[in-house]
Design a protein around this ligand. Structure first.
Ligand code: VAH
Length: 316
């Protein structure tokens, strides 16, 4: 059985639905620190638990109650919120992960924890960032992503816990809004394009970042989880990417569908400095070679699908 923490978040809400389709609703336990409105359908579609990953006892109770053997740990504080609340970011991202790994060690569970392009910093090579390279991030979120990668590798080597993860780029989706990241501009731009035919970006022109459409992100999680353990040379965590663009390029892509769309800029210095510390593009050869990573969406096909689905969701 699979336990998903952070199941009401941007990734968790779609992953829960997808995994319930594949493995059956009762085999996928969704959990969240608190109930959030707008997720009633998901909560009613299968087992749901209120679970705070800083409550170690609570985690092992849920794991035992549902006979969980795979934990997908998506509960986290993201980059921008993490800079406003660094202590909470460390507490949830690190102490929470530690609790998950300890329960996984005691109950022999596989653990899937995503890392992020935020695990790289200003001294990392920016273009086609290698799988193995310098990782000295200067955000608290980035520190917890690097420390999380190392802790997951440690639990694999020291205790044989089957830990795996990918370094996600910015994720774009229309089901659930992202939870306070730096790449969120690339989601809000589609909502504003449909509502106002214009978007004021908090990230400056020319700021290239790796991005991925949610269907590809879900494939990355499922493919890696199902991959043959003996084939994995890298585990925590694989570079994965699907595209890399800056605000002007995504604006140009939207203009192909909404010709009168306009973008302007009010740069947020905090999130701009976070974005500037991240790579421009990743080399994801290791993921392609070790578990067949192969994204399907590029910028224009994502834009087309995103605008179509959002129009329906927003009732436009
Ligand atoms: C964030 N969307 O912006 C997340 C992610 C790489 C970006 O980690 O913090």
């Amino acid at each position: 059985k699979i336990l998903i923490t952070g199941a009401l978040g941007q990734i968790g809400s779609e992953l829960t639905t997808e995994l319930r389709k594949i493995y059956g609703a009762n085999n996928v336990i969704a959990s969240s620190r608190r109930v959030k409105e707008g997720h009633e359908k998901l909560i009613e579609s299968g087992p749901f638990e209120i679970l705070n990953i800083n409550d170690a006892k609570g985690i092992s109770e849920v794991v035992r109650k549902h006979d969980v053997n795979t934990i997908i740990n998506l509960a986290a504080i993201l980059s921008a919120v993490g800079e406003q609340h660094p202590e909470q970011c460390w507490d949830i991202n690190m102490n929470g992960l530690y609790n998950i790994l300890e329960v996984a060690r005691e109950e022999s569970c596989m653990v899937y924890t995503p890392s992020s392009i935020a695990a790289f910093g200003p001294s990392t090579p920016k273009d086609k960032t290698p799988q193995d390279t310098i990782q000295r991030p200067n955000t608290m979120y980035g520190v917890t992503k690097v420390a999380g990668e190392l802790l997951c590798d440690y639990y694999y080597k020291k205790f044989g816990v089957d830990t795996r993860g990918v370094r996600f780029p910015g994720l774009i989706s229309y089901e659930t809004l992202p939870g306070g990241g730096t790449t969120d501009y690339a989601v809000h731009i589609y909502y504003d394009a449909l509502k106002n035919k214009r978007y004021t970006s908090f990230i400056d022109k020319g700021t290239k970042m790796d991005m991925m459409y949610m269907p590809d992100a879900l494939d990355a999680i499922i493919q890696l989880m199902e991959a043959d353990s003996s084939k994995l040379i890298h585990r925590n965590a694989f570079n994965v990417s699907a595209m890399s663009f800056d605000p002007e390029e995504i604006a140009a892509s939207i203009k192909k569908v909404i010709p009168e769309f306009e973008i302007d800029y009010e740069v947020d210095p905090v999130r701009q400095s976070i974005a500037d510390s991240w790579p421009n593009s990743l080399d994801d050869t290791a993921a392609r070679e070790e578990w067949g990573w192969n994204p399907k969406y590029d910028l224009d096909s994502m834009t087309k699908d995103m605008l179509e689905k959002l129009k329906i969701k927003l009732g436009l």
